[in-house]
Write a protein that binds this ligand. Structure first.
Ligand SMILES: Cc1ncc(COP(=O)(O)O)c(C=O)c1O
Length: 455
C-alpha cells in the first residue's frame, strides 16, 4: 500500500458519515483535468457522472482558478450585512439575464438543500405578508429528492433517505411521480389523462387550498427517478392547478439548471414559468459551494409593498470568492455556447447510449434529456422486476465501472422508494463525441461483468 493511501485511510478513520459501514474507496482522487479525474497511481477515469451532475465546464479550468485567486488577492470574506459584494451583484445580474422573464431576484445560499429550505421559507413568508396565515403545507412527489436537511427531506419522497428520520420530518402530502416506466397509477399514456398531474388538484382540494403554500418538484428527475422526463402536458397542468389554488410552484433545478438538459433550466422544455427556481450544482462547476433561489418579481413586490425583509440568512451566503468562481463558470458556459452544446451533444449521447447499452438484459430503461441520462437496472426486462435492494446493485455497478475507468452515479428507489436501481451519467458539457463513445464502451464492458455477477 502506498504511503499516500495509508495516510488517506488513517485520515478517513476520523471522518464521520457515509464511509462508516461501507467499503472505503481504495483510491484517492489526486487531480482533475477537463473531463478526467486521476487517482494517486496516475490511473485516468472519465468523469462521466460529472461530480454527480456538478462538473459543467470540466475540471481544472484556468480561467476559474485565476478569477478565484484574483478575488482572494483582494478579499476573501466580509459580512454581507455591512458591505455590498461586487462579484455577487454581477452574478445575480448574470443569473437574472438567463432566467425566464418573470424572474428578477436572487437569494444566495451554499447548497441545494439550503436553496430548497430557503424557497420553502420564502413561500411561507410570502403568504404571511399577504395575510394568508393558514398557508404552510408544501406538497411534493414520492421519489422526489430535494436535499438532506430537515425541511428539504420533508419535501423529499425518497423512503430510504427519510425512514430513519421520519419522526423529525414534516408529514406533508405527496403525489405520485410522473415516471411513465413505473407509472404509480398503473396507467398508460396518453389514455391516463395525465392523472399524475390531476392528482395535485385532488390532493389540494382534499387538504384544503387555504392550507397549501407551495408545490415543489424537480423539472427533470435526478437521484430519486433517474432522469425522469414528464410528458409534455404535465407542467402546463401543474402550473394551472397551482394558479387556481394560489399555490407557489417551486422548481428544483439543482441538477437540471444551468444547461445540463440542453436549456438554461429544465422547465423551459415545457414552456412553463415557475414562481421560484432553486439551483446549485452546475452553476458552480464544482469549484466552490454556492446555490441560489431565483425569485419571481411578484414575490418581491409583496415583500416591497409590506416593507418586509426576508427573515433568513446564512453567514457564508454569497461568499465573494465563490461568487467570482460562479461568475467565471457562467461566463464560460455562455461564451462557449455550452448550453447549446449540451442540447446538440445530448442527441448523440442518447443515440450512442441506446446503441451501446440497451441490448443488455439488465438495462430496463434509458431516460433523460441533454447530458443527463438514467440507466435503470432490472432483474427481468419483461416484467420490470427490480433487483433485491439488499444486493445494492447500483453501488456495485458503480464500482465495476470505476474499475474500468469510467464514473457513474448510483441511484435507488424508483419502484417504491426502496426498490429499483439505476446508474446516472451526466458528463461535463465539454465532452466530445469520441469521449462519449469511449465512456459507453467502458460502461458496456462494466455491464457485461455486472451481469456475470448478478444474472
Ligand atoms: C434535485 C436535487 N435537489 C437538491 C439536492 C440537494 O443538494 P445538495 O446536495 O447540494 O444539498 C440535490 C442533490 O443531489 C438534488 O439532486
Amino acid at each position: 500500500m502506498s504511503n499516500r493511501l495509508e495516510a488517506a485511510q488513517k485520515l478517513a478513520d476520523n471522518l464521520f458519515g457515509t464511509l462508516h459501514g461501507l467499503l472505503l474507496p481504495e483510491v484517492i482522487c489526486d487531480r482533475g483535468e477537463g473531463i478526467y479525474l486521476f487517482d494517486q497511481n496516475g490511473k485516468r477515469y472519465i468523469d462521466f457522472s460529472g461530480g454527480p451532475h456538478v462538473v459543467s465546464i470540466g475540471h481544472g479550468n484556468q480561467r476559474v482558478r485565476e478569477a478565484m485567486l484574483a478575488q482572494m488577492n483582494k478579499v476573501s470574506f466580509f459580512f454581507r450585512s455591512f458591505w455590498l459584494n461586487e462579484p455577487l451583484l454581477a452574478l445575480a445580474e448574470r443569473i437574472i439575464k438567463v432566467s425566464p422573464p418573470n424572474f428578477t431576484l436572487c437569494q444566495f445560499c451554499n447548497s441545494g438543500s439550503e436553496a430548497n429550505e430557503t424557497a420553502i421559507k420564502i413561500a411561507r413568508q410570502y403568504h404571511v405578508e399577504r395575510g394568508k396565515l393558514e398557508k404552510y403545507l408544501v406538497i411534493s412527489r414520492w421519489q422526489g429528492y430535494h436535499g438532506m436537511t430537515l425541511g428539504a427531506l420533508s419535501a423529499s419522497g425518497h423512503t430510504l433517505r427519510r425512514s430513519k428520520f421520519e419522526p423529525l420530518l414534516q408529514q406533508w402530502p405527496k403525489i405520485g411521480s410522473p415516471l411513465c416506466y413505473r407509472c404509480p397509477y398503473d396507467l398508460d399514456y396518453p389514455s391516463c389523462n395525465i392523472k399524475c398531474a390531476q392528482e395535485l388538484d385532488e390532493i389540494i382540494n382534499q387538504v384544503g387550498p387555504q392550507y397549501v403554500s407551495a408545490f415543489i418538484a424537480e423539472s427533470i428527475g435526478g437521484a430519486g427517478t433517474a432522469g425522469m422526463v414528464p410528458v409534455p402536458e404535465y407542467y402546463p397542468m401543474i402550473r394551472e392547478i397551482c394558479d387556481k389554488h394560489d399555490v407557489l410552484f417551486i422548481d428544483d433545478e439543482v441538477i437540471a439548471g444551468f444547461g445540463r438538459t440542453g436549456k438554461w433550466f429544465g422547465i423551459e422544455h415545457w414552456g412553463v414559468s415557475p414562481d421560484m427556481i432553486t439551483s446549485a450544482k452546475g452553476m458552480t462547476g464544482g469549484y466552490t459551494p454556492m446555490a441560489v433561489v431565483i425569485i419571481d418579481q411578484k414575490i418581491g413586490q409583496v415583500f416591497n409593498e409590506k416593507g418586509a425583509s426576508f427573515i433568513h440568512a446564512f453567514t457564508m451566503e454569497g461568499n465573494p470568492v465563490s461568487a467570482a468562481a460562479c461568475l467565471a463558470v457562467l461566463d464560460i458556459i455562455e461564451k462557449e455556447g455550452l448550453v447549446e452544446r449540451s442540447a446538440r451533444l445530448g442527441e448523440y449521447f442518447f443515440q450512442r447510449g441506446g446503441e451501446k447499452l440497451s441490448h443488455h438484459p439488465v438495462v430496463g430503461d434509458i431516460r433523460g434529456k441533454g447530458l443527463l441520462m438514467g440507466i435503470e437496472l432490472v432483474k427481468n426486462k419483461g416484467t420490470k422486476e427490480p433487483f433485491n435492494p439488499a444486493l445494492h446493485v447500483a453501488n456495485r455497478l458503480q464500482q465495476v465501472a470505476m474499475e474500468k475507468g469510467v464514473m457513474g452515479y448510483p441511484a435507488t428507489g424508483f419502484d417504491n422508494g426502496v426498490r429499483g436501481d439505476a446508474l446516472l451519467v451526466s458528463p461535463p458539457f465539454i465532452v466530445t463525441e469520441d469521449e462519449i463513445d469511449t465512456a459507453f464502451d467502458l460502461l458496456d464492458e462494466a455491464l457485461t461483468d455486472f451481469e456475470k455477477e448478478f444474472l
